[in-house]
Design a protein around this ligand. Structure first.
Ligand code: SAM
Length: 209
């Protein structure tokens, strides 16, 4: 949380400041005990946006730890405030480029589930290299996931989903698994908008083998 958004002395603001995680050293992998004092399965929400999903998941699964990764300061602050307001001790949020976190900051084998939910679709062909889901991302993610770890991806954008499916089909060390609908599963902020408009949502679940 930036000083601009931080109100010293305000209890919610002080608590929110503790939710944001700023690595001490950006050139070393983050020791897990610095992120969470408690050892528990770690789920990462890559591009967590305003945090409706991560907060709902953290409330529902207090036995797990949740790390949001988000590059926009305003959204990081929103997630931090929601988590502080709900007294969620199992949530942290990091304001760092997601590919950098996956490739360089988290220790190998440290993640049990990686959520990639409604990533920016970058529809123009010359912007496709900016898409998060790429061959190199899958290699890095494979290293990050522990045994049996999962990637859960959703998008409303069919061309991006078709792109993802091609990348997933080529990704070594993963198998595609069924993802049955769960009636009351937590939804993201973007997902809520798409569901309200009755738009289709495409999803894929992969397991590390
Ligand atoms: C379309 S929004 C979806 C947000 C959220 N997952 C949801 O479904 O409501 C994509 C989010 O990813 C974030 N984002 C995009 N590129 C990123 C990057 N390279 N590193 C971190 N966050 C990124 C954006 O700032 C944005 O909040």
């Amino acid at each position: 949380m930036s000083e601009k958004d931080h109100t010293p002395g305000d209890p919610l603001s002080e608590a929110a400041k503790l939710i944001e995680f700023v690595p001490e050293n950006f050139f070393k992998r983050v020791p897990m005990e610095e992120l969470f004092p408690r050892t528990a399965p770690l789920e990462v929400d890559i591009g967590c946006g305003e945090g409706a999903f991560i907060a709902a998941m953290a409330e529902r699964h207090s036995e797990r730890n949740f790390l949001g990764i988000e590059r926009l300061l305003g959204r990081v602050n929103t997630v931090s405030r929601i988590a502080a307001h709900r007294r969620l001790t199992n949530v942290r949020v990091m304001r760092v480029e997601s590919a950098y976190v996956v490739e360089h900051l988290l220790p190998p084998g440290s993640v049990s589930v990686a959520h990639v939910l409604f990533p920016d679709p970058w529809p123009k062909r010359y912007h496709h290299p900016r898409r998060l889901v790429q061959d190199a991302f899958m290699v890095a993610l494979h290293g990050l996931l522990g045994p049996g770890g999962e990637l859960r991806a959703k998008t409303d954008d069919l061309p991006y989903f078709q792109w993802m499916e091609k990348v997933f089909a080529k990704a070594a060390g993963f198998e595609r698994v069924e993802w049955p609908e769960e009636a009351d599963a937590p939804v993201t902020n973007f997902e809520r908008r798409f569901l309200n408009k009755g738009l289709p949502i495409y999803r894929a679940r992969l397991r590390k083998i």
